[in-house]
Design a protein around this ligand. Structure first.
Ligand code: CA
Length: 227
């Protein structure tokens, strides 16, 4: 049974979400503040976090940053503000999806299902390529024995590349593989995440050839000969 952590200070919203998610056979823990949510994460493991942006003790973005220091699990933001800035900020600091209030609880449940489906699809196959390894149980990419600190999207991109060495992926294909609502993001988002993934790979292996190569006009490929 997938375990979900819901951090939301409005009881009415939390109650409906808990009800709908539990009716879809998820196990839901609910925290009213960011601090309580982080406390629950320390004590137990979860498959996904639903995070309200407007919390009484800190913003959902702050909570997300703290979660990303330690965990790779997917995060969906809930926000009352319909601002492009919030959406971009949420994704930049490591969120996986974004729902604007007022929303239908069924819509949130559908996003949860989509993300969990994708995470378990990536989990299905352990992948190893010379010095680069994917550890699905911990959602980490290990490079020469060193664990890389990747966001959920960077991890998903790395998982796709490592699974199909040498294959060229268009930006659209990468959006489909690594984002749950591909229509809501642009090619530039893919470029930005590939760029940050490359930077982390470079930092892990200074001076090495670029492992993810750009194929002009086509997209990106993982080149194992450079691994
Ligand atoms: Ca709130």
């Amino acid at each position: 049974m997938p375990r979900i952590l819901l951090v939301e200070d409005e009881p009415a919203i939390a109650d409906t979400l808990v009800y709908v998610l539990e009716s879809e056979c998820h196990q839901v823990s609910h925290a009213l503040t960011g601090g309580d949510g982080l406390g629950l994460l320390e004590k137990s493991s979860y498959d996904l976090v639903i995070l309200d942006v407007g919390l009484p003790d800190m913003t959902g973005f702050d909570v997300c940053r703290k979660i990303r220091e330690k965990y790779q699990l997917p995060i969906i933001f809930l926000t009352a503000r319909d601002g492009e800035l919030d959406r971009v900020l949420g994704l930049e600091i490591g969120g996986d999806d974004y729902v604007t209030k007022p929303f239908s609880p069924r819509e949130v449940a559908a996003r949860v299902r989509a993300i969990l489906r994708r995470t378990s699809a990536v989990q299905a196959q352990p992948v190893e390529s010379k010095g680069l390894t994917i550890d699905d149980s911990t959602k980490r990419v290990v490079c020469d024995g060193k664990s890389l600190d990747l966001t959920a999207h960077e991890f998903k991109l790395a998982a796709v590349f490592l699974k199909y060495p040498g294959q060229v992926f268009s930006r659209d294909q990468l959006l489909d593989h690594a984002w749950d609502d591909p229509g809501a993001v642009t090619d530039r988002t893919v470029d930005a995440h590939v760029k940050s993934l490359r930077a982390k790979l470079r930092a892990a292996r200074p001076g090495a050839e670029e492992m993810i190569t750009t194929r002009r006009g086509l997209g990106y490929a993982y080149s194992p000969e450079n691994d």
